[in-house]
Design a protein around this ligand. Structure first.
Ligand code: NAI
Ligand code: 15L
Length: 264
């Protein structure tokens, strides 16, 4: 494609995407509310932009052929911040996409959209949402926007419910929720390469030995995770004792997020 927009480019996954996705487009347009490294050359465009600014997002999306939407408030926090980035911001993004030829979108949703499901259940994408906080609610909203714009206008989105995408899992729960950076990059490549995408929900998780998500929908885009958190098990288990059986991280998919207050 000619131009791929990456929102949230100053964040953890945005930096990863910037470093690893240059081959996917002639130009990467990199955007964030925060500061970013200068453009490495004509193959990069830097646009500082608040997702909550409707006019700025309209300009940001112009001339883009694909959108990797990573920008947003990425943990539990005050409603105002979540609202601006993840509610107003997602609305602004979808309206801008509609106005500019509906470039395909990968929406970075989260396991916290279903975080209050208990760990004794394996979920399919047909299971109901069960957000574990305001952040999770905002991801449910984003998924609903993707579904609405697909039904009404044919806008294509891969809704990726990311588990925990970090260099390695940080605790025992993440042995179940971990997605390796390599697997995520491959998932993004598949999303933008598959001829027909539609609007599938895909669990963003590696091929871990243990887990709670039925990953079969990944096949719709030709993606198969290759990594497995098991190689980190000994290290993780040695680092910390097993949490009690009634601790949030032992009970719920969303772990400690379920124990967060409503932040003001
Ligand atoms: P991050 O917090 O490192 O990056 C998010 C970026 O969005 C930040 O650079 C931030 O400045 C930017 N941002 C926040 N508010 C903004 C606004 N109003 N306008 C423009 N930009 C704004 O998060 P990370 O880990 O890179 O995650 C990327 C996306 O993936 C987020 O949407 C997050 O919710 C989602 N996700 C990530 C997971 C992970 O394991 N890393 C797990 C599940 C979902
Ligand atoms: C998320 O949605 C967060 O963005 C990320 O920072 C992790 O907390 C992840 O979920 C997780 O559940 O491990």
């Amino acid at each position: 494609m000619k131009r791929l927009l990456i929102t949230g480019a100053a964040g953890n996954l945005g930096k990863l995407a910037r470093a690893r996705l240059g081959h996917m487009a002639e130009v990467l347009r990199l955007s964030d509310i925060g500061p970013m490294d200068p453009a490495a050359g004509p193959q990069e465009e830097i646009v500082q932009c608040d997702l909550g600014d409707e006019a700025a997002v309209m300009d940001l999306v112009a001339d883009c052929d694909g959108i990797l939407h990573l920008g947003g408030y990425s943990v539990e926090g005050p409603w105002k911040d979540i609202q601006t980035a993840n509610i107003t911001g997602v609305y602004n993004l979808y309206e801008a996409a509609r106005a500019h030829g509906m470039p395909r979108i990968l929406f970075a949703s989260s396991n916290h959209a279903i975080g209050y499901h208990t760990q004794d259940k394996v979920l399919t994408v047909e299971d109901p949402m069960k957000p574990d906080g305001l952040y999770g609610v905002s991801k449910c909203f984003g998924e609903a926007m993707a579904s609405l714009y697909h039904s009404k206008f044919g806008q294509e989105t891969a809704i990726v419910r990311i588990g925990s995408c970090f260099e390695k899992p940080a605790d025992r729960r993440m042995l179940c929720t971990w997605m390796s950076p390599d697997d995520f990059i491959h998932l993004i490549e598949c999303t933008f390469r598959v001829p027909m995408l539609g609007c599938p929900i895909i669990w963003g998780v590696s091929d871990n030995d243990e887990g709670w998500w039925d990953t079969r929908t990944a096949r719709l885009i030709g993606w198969r995770a290759r990594d497995n958190s098991e190689i980190f098990r000994a290290e993780i288990e040695a680092a910390a004792p097993c949490p009690p059986a009634d601790a949030p991280e032992s009970l719920y998919h969303g772990g400690k997020f379920t124990a967060e207050p409503i932040h003001k």
